[in-house]
Design a protein around this ligand. Sequence first.
Ligand SMILES: [Cu+2]
Length: 158
Amino acid sequence: MRLVVFALVVAVIQLTFAGTGQASEQLRPKALSFSDGYLRTMPPGQKVTAAFISVTNMSDEDCRLTSLSSPLANRVEFHQHQHVDGMMKMRPMKSVLVAAGNRVVFKPGAFHIMFFNVGHPLMAGHKTALTLATDQCGDYSAELEIRGLVKTKITDHH
Ligand SMILES: [Cu+2]
């Protein structure tokens, strides 16, 4: 009974907000789309790896990717590579802007996504979900294919 009352209250609140922009906000199509996502397997003994993905913003408003999470790792970060004193260094980024109508490609040697403390073995060919949050464009779940670092030759198995 209490649940029914609660549901009614929620329905009334939703009706109250309908037409004020709050409701249309939720009905708006998703601004970002994700493609070619993959996560590298780790060499034995390692617990850190990187993921790569293309992010396209099809909307007319800027979207800022603000956080990441994965069931496979307890820390996932955006990184970029930078030349510092002639050395290639990685630097974490708090957020990544995907401007309206633009595409950001996370790829080796450029922006990438780091997985730290990976607590599960990564099986090439399997798929995993990456959760991405944004400032004003909603939350997303993108698919990552797990890929081996070294391409396995067919002759290795036959
Ligand atoms: Cu990195």
